[in-house]
Design a protein around this ligand. Structure first.
Ligand code: BTN
Length: 280
């Protein structure tokens, strides 16, 4: 018998069914592996087979080649945090897929609030893809897409949403160079959390938010939440985008989740994507 702290598809499914009821919970197909290279890479490979349905969720207790944005490694000790990816087949205009990481960020924030109801800090979103508690990163999001094909040769692009959420990593276990930059849920709660319950909380929030990625006119409410949860708004920033550096004050979230910066020359720029952001 494995420990009650171990991730298991049955426990995740049970917790999710309690939240969503059996019909909605059945939209997700949780899998757990002890070790893999990267859950994103695995689902990017599996998604090419059109028979693999949207909603497959692959959790790993450990990754040997976990990837962050810009090719950075994502490192997490085995059996401690949540490392998972979801296969998505949103259809619709690819432009709307830019919403996916923003919606995922909101779902992570809401899930944190649901598992830690007494939390003092509001979980915030550091554009474009990070979730912060206080001044430290607690989760990272990596969305990747591929152009798959159906059996008849017609295009069937798909996306993989990958999330690394620090759940039970004690603050002293962070490598020295990350200690002032990263945090975990247990570090804030003062106790360990059941990762199955945290996973189910995320999936329940994701089920509620995902339709907004598919509906052209459905981003109004998420945009308001991005505004409310923005970590950068009001801060001095330098945005690195290709060989450009855009310096100014972050002032708003755009209609599709873009970052709006008032530059030092007073002009406003709406930034869709970036390699990195430095803030003061
Ligand atoms: C970032 O902040 O740079 C994004 C980190 C994303 C990490 C997750 S862990 C699960 C999934 N598999 C990966 O290889 N990466 C994502």
């Amino acid at each position: 018998m494995d420990s009650p702290e171990a991730l298991s598809p049955a426990r995740i499914r049970a917790a999710l069914t309690e939240k969503l009821g059996p019909a909605l919970a059945a939209r997700f197909e949780p899998w757990v592996v002890a070790e893999t290279g990267s859950t994103n890479s695995d689902l990017l490979a599996q998604g090419r087979d059109h028979a693999v349905a949207e909603g497959r969720v692959l959790f790993a207790e450990s990754q040997t080649a976990g990837r962050g944005r810009r090719g950075d490694p994502w490192v997490s000790p085995p059996g401690t945090n949540l490392l998972f990816s979801i296969l998505l087949r949103p259809g619709g205009p690819i432009a709307a897929w830019l919403r996916l990481p923003h919606l995922a960020g909101i779902a992570v924030c809401r899930a944190i609030e649901s598992v830690l109801p007494g939390l003092e800090e509001t979980p915030r979103l550091k554009w474009p893809n990070d979730v912060f508690l206080g001044e430290r990163k607690v989760a990272g999001i990596l969305v990747e897409s591929r152009g798959g094909l159906r059996e008849d040769g017609s295009p069937a692009p798909f996306a993989v949403l990958g999330i690394g959420l620090n759940v039970n990593l004690p603050p002293e276990a962070f490598p020295e160079d990350l200690r002032s930059l990263a945090t975990s849920l247990s570090g804030h709660a003062g106790h360990r959390l059941d990762r199955n319950a945290v996973a189910a909380a995320f999936l329940a929030e994701w089920a509620a938010l995902y339709p907004a990625a598919l509906e052209p006119s459905a981003f109004g409410e998420p945009r308001e939440e991005l505004r409310r949860r923005s970590f950068l708004t009001g801060r001095e920033v330098v945005v690195f985008s290709g060989n450009r550096q855009i310096a100014g004050t972050a002032i708003d979230a755009g209609p599709e989740g873009e970052l709006i910066v008032e530059k030092t020359d007073g002009e406003r720029e709406t930034i869709v994507s970036a390699d990195g952001v430095r803030w003061a």
